[in-house]
Design a protein around this ligand. Structure first.
Ligand SMILES: Cc1cc2nc3c(=O)[nH]c(=O)nc-3n(C[C@H](O)[C@H](O)[C@H](O)COP(=O)(O)O)c2cc1C
Length: 192
């Protein structure tokens, strides 16, 4: 009787230890679950060919925030060479294209802002979004996707445009390679 009780106890302790080791391993690999339920979170993004949109949706999935697509009134040309030269011209002239909707950041505390890298910085519609809204006292969490050149000046340029905001460390991914576990680790590190 006593012996079987000891076996049951040992088995119980081993099961608990197993759960503990598994949890520690899981957390080390993937980061803690994100709980931002006490924050008002917006994920605003512009995406020309879908990569930044995919990253934004992963962030939305993890944070449960509201998703907002930054859309220029005039669509960019479908032809890649045309959009590349138009974007270069817009950068040189510092064009801020009109948006369908400037968005509403006043109802949010934390605003993720996503962009493809265009000519070493954010895409022009994101410039409009940042300059047309009041970000005083807000936290901007930037992310971008690029074609091999990295974030370049994207995040420092965002800080220049979004006056009064704190811009955190960003999440940078190549083309469509944004990963949920990396995003989770990044957000956990920001420690909101
Ligand atoms: C107009 C234009 C300019 C670009 N400039 C850069 C650049 O300076 N550096 C870079 O690494 N990639 C550059 N790219 C590649 C995009 O940043 C990359 O493909 C990105 O993932 C596209 O995101 P999207 O699918 O959300 O539009 C450029 C692409 C376009 C269309």
């Amino acid at each position: 009787m006593k012996k079987s009780l000891i076996y049951i106890l040992i088995t119980g302790v081993l099961i608990l230890l197993g759960i503990l080791v598994y949890t520690l391993y899981y957390n080390m690999q993937n980061g803690k679950e994100i709980d931002m339920s006490d924050k008002r979170v917006l994920i605003a993004y512009y995406s020309y060919s879908g990569n930044t949109k995919a990253a934004a949706e992963k962030i939305q999935n993890l944070t449960n925030g509201d998703l907002f697509e930054i859309k220029p009134k005039k669509e960019y040309p479908k032809n890649y060479n045309e959009v590349v030269s138009l974007a270069q011209e817009e950068k040189q002239k510092d064009v801020r294209p009109e948006l369908v909707d400037n968005g509403n950041v006043k109802d949010y505390d934390i605003i993720f802002v996503g962009t493809p890298v265009w000519w070493y910085t954010m895409a022009s519609p994101v410039k409009t979004f940042l300059s047309e809204n009041d970000f005083s006292g807000k936290i901007i969490v930037p992310f971008c996707t690029h074609g091999g050149g990295g974030a370049s000046a994207t995040y420092s340029d965002m800080q220049k445009l979004a006056k009064g905001a704190v811009v955190t460390e960003g999440y940078t991914s190549y083309e469509n390679s944004a990963k949920e576990n990396e995003i989770r680790t990044w957000i956990n590190k920001l420690d909101f």
